[in-house]
Design a protein around this ligand. Structure first.
Ligand SMILES: [Zn+2]
Length: 83
């Protein structure tokens, strides 16, 4: 099984690549949950993560790729992944 990575924006655990490599190269992967694109939407910065997260939750926390959404998905549980 491939290792999966946690989205620092929404806490989704299932990114194929780490959002940023050791050399700080962004993955340009789009999170299927919150739709954040690493390296495109913002710089690697905790502040922009939380801003994006708040906006996303305000807009109803809808999935970027609804097909990937688990039936028993729980936003609050997922947010605990990022503390
Ligand atoms: Zn996400």
């Amino acid at each position: 099984m491939n290792k999966q990575y946690i989205c620092p924006v929404c806490g989704y655990e299932g990114l194929k690549d780490p959002p940023y490599s050791e050399t700080r190269e962004p993955s340009y992967e789009i999170c299927p949950c919150c739709g954040f694109e690493f390296g495109f939407d913002t710089e690697n910065c905790k502040d922009s993560y939380s801003k994006f997260r708040l906006k996303w939750i305000e807009n109803g926390a809808s999935w970027f790729l609804p097909d990937k959404k688990p039936k028993d998905w729980d936003l609050n549980k997922q947010l605990k992944n990022i503390g």
